[in-house]
Each structure stands twice: as C-alpha cells, then as structure tokens.
Design a protein around this ligand. Structure first.
Ligand SMILES: [Zn+2]
Length: 250
C-alpha cells in the first residue's frame, strides 16, 4: 500500500519538477517571470515553489490526472489517506489543480471519487450543482487567483434536486421554504431534455451538467477569457452511484 502511494507521489513530483524546469527555462529565455509566461495573475507562490509542485500542470494534464484518479477509485485502488505528508506545505498556501462544482449529495464525495488529498481540489457544492453568482465568484477565485486550470461540473445518478425539478415542471409540485428556488433553477434543464432519446431522469441530470458547463465557458469577464486563452478547461461529468465511475458528458 505504501509502495503504491509513494510511487504515485514520486512520479507526480518528478513530472512537476520537470515541467517547472522547462517553464522556468522558457521564461528565462524570454526574459519573463513565471507569471509572465503563463499569463496568470501574480501571487505569492509564483515567487518561490508552489505549495504542491505536482499540481502545476496544463488543463489537459489536469483532466488526465482527475480521470486517472477516478479509475483508481472505481478499481478499489485508492491511495491510502495520509494527513501528514502535505500538512506543512499547505500552511504556506494552496494550488489546487482542479475545481469541482458538485452536488451536495452525501453519496458523492469529490476528493474520494477522484482519489485526491487536501490541497488538490477546490470544491464548491450545492444541491443540483447549478450556478449562482456566489458560485461563479468561487470558481473565478480558483481559476484566476489560485490558477487551477480545470473546472468540472459534477452531476450524479438519482439526484434529488433533479427529481424535485422534474416534479415542479411535470406536476407543478410546490416545495417548502427556499427549496422551490432550487427546483426552479433546474427547470430549464428539465425542459431542454424533453425530447432527448433514452431515460428521462438521466437525461435531465446530463442536461443540467451540460447547461452549467456552457454557462461557465461563456461567463465574463474572468472565466470566458481564461477559456479563450486556453488557460482553463471546463468539462462536465456524471457520477454513477453504482460503480463510482465518472463519465464525461461535456
Ligand atoms: Zn444531487
């Protein structure tokens, strides 16, 4: 078990060191600092080594790492949790490599399902994994200030919020308190999935993810610019409660 853990971390750190070296060499040749070559907002970690060097990567590398983590989780080969290794590094800051907009459902746990540790994922959770201004601000912070190059909107099988939205649209169901606002927020996805072939509930889960991915990609001024400059990748996934697998849907 320890061998697996050590091998993963040694490989990640070696790859990160290599990337940092190449970036630094290129930056020096161009007379630029690291923030100059990446086009990112300067922050404290640019001055020295980032807290987690293995988390410095491109958007495509981030997606590859995220999905590889899910494959380990599905296969029952998750890395044993170790709360001591990175504790000291994380005192000086954080540089998560991906943000996750996840449903709050207690059966979905982003750190577990992508086999990651503290400091790796910047997670925003709300029942129904839909966007509000506060969530846009949270994801902007992760992308522009913490430089996380990937956002995944993560829906899941049998989502209660989706069920509520379908009830509200199809049967005009009313929910107490503020729950109605959640159902209303997902209602456009219910209507958009109306003529999709296949199972209705799953279609709405997928459509809700797709709609929020598209909103994020077009969200001005921060996220849309990062996407246009290929500094940020926005994708959507659906988590299977049965298998633990995340399928990319957007
Ligand atoms: Zn849910």
């Amino acid at each position: 078990m320890c061998d697996t853990y050590n091998k993963k971390n040694i490989n990640l750190r070696q790859n990160a060191s290599k990337r940092l070296f190449l970036k630094s060499a290129a930056a020096s040749a161009l007379g630029l600092g690291m923030s100059g070559i990446t086009g990112r907002v300067a922050y404290a970690a640019d001055v020295g080594a980032p807290p987690l060097p293995e988390n410095v990567m491109t958007p495509d590398e981030a997606l590859e790492r995220l999905m590889a983590g899910n494959a380990r989780y599905v296969a029952g080969q998750s890395t044993p949790l170790n709360f001591e290794d990175d504790r000291a590094a994380l005192v000086i800051g954080q540089n998560p490599y991906a943000s996750i907009l996840s449903c709050s459902d207690s059966r979905v746990s982003p750190e577990f399902c992508f086999d990651e540790q503290r400091g790796d994922l910047f997670v925003a959770r709300v029942a129904g994994n839909y966007l509000t201004t506060d969530f846009v601000a949270t994801l902007e912070y992760a992308a522009a200030i913490l430089h996380a190059p990937l956002i995944m909107v993560l829906g899941h099988e049998s989502c209660g919020a989706v069920g509520a939205a379908i009830g509200a649209v199809d049967k005009n169901r009313q929910f107490p308190g503020h729950i109605q606002s959640m159902a209303s927020a997902l209602a456009p996805a219910v209507r958009a999935a109306k003529n999709m072939p296949g199972e209705r509930f799953a279609n709405v889960v997928k459509m809700n993810v797709i709609r929020n991915v598209e909103k994020l990609k077009k969200q001005p001024p921060v996220l849309s610019k990062l996407v246009a400059n290929k500094k940020l990748l926005v994708v959507g996934g659906v988590y299977s409660l049965k298998t633990g697998r995340v399928d990319l849907v957007a």
